[in-house]
Design a protein around this ligand. Sequence first.
Ligand code: PAF
Length: 290
Amino acid sequence: MKVCRTKQELKRELKERRKGGYSLGLVPTMGFLHEGHASLLRRARAENDIVVLSIFVNPLQFGPNEDFDRYPRNEAKDLAIAAEQGADLVFAPTVEEMYPSKPLTNLKVEHITERLCGASRPGHFDGVGVVVSKLFHLTAPDKAYFGMKDAQQAAVIEQMVLDLDFDLEVVKCDIVREPDGLALSSRNVYLTAEQRQQAVVLSRTLAAAEGWLQDADLTIEDVMAKVRDAIEEAEQAVIDYAELLHYPSLEEIDPGMRTAATEGQLIMALAVKFGATRLIDNQLYAWERG
Ligand code: PAF
């Protein structure tokens, strides 16, 4: 497995390796890999001739008061996981290599970035758009793999790929969870033991909400009140957002609507803070109404 630190090196390697017309799968990450990332790498390995993992904590997607400086990093472990999962090439540039000067180009995907993390983290998806576009240009993948824990991110990137004619498929991969249901996240390491126990409230609430959404007597407003109450039962939980929207458009649903009248694919998306740690989780629901 080759590790490239510069764009030049990456382009040279890929030019050489793709001479036979081989397919390429890209797994973009910010490192501190866990089983969720490993599952993306496994899927990319199964579906492509060449697998590239990128590790880059992208400053553009962090707000001024967010955790860029303390975002967990462990490159040695990341490289071991990448090798174990059969990655061919790792692109791990420095910030200076990726952005030799402050980029003056912004990439704004409208509308689907207005709610959820787009509202809580202004500018976040613009920064994601810039870095993911750069990675797409640098690696020209046939497929790029994203975890559905960041379902809004996956929708934003899919829209960007469509709008800007990137010639690749966005592969959206299932959320990987701990045995008790907590979605894997690099940020889980920030949780204290007590917060870690309480954090299971996100996945438990999402599972319970599936039942509430099938209760024809309830309105969306009723369901959301139950969701909020359930989350707030965890002492340290502070809700950033809890929303039920259409997916992937992230269009609003009339809160007065009866659950039985909803149609299509819906997403229940949660962002909950435990102390300074903000966790996100979501579940998609789609069912045939009788
Ligand atoms: O999901 C992430 O880890 C990041 O947002 C991504 C897609 C690697 C861009 O920095």
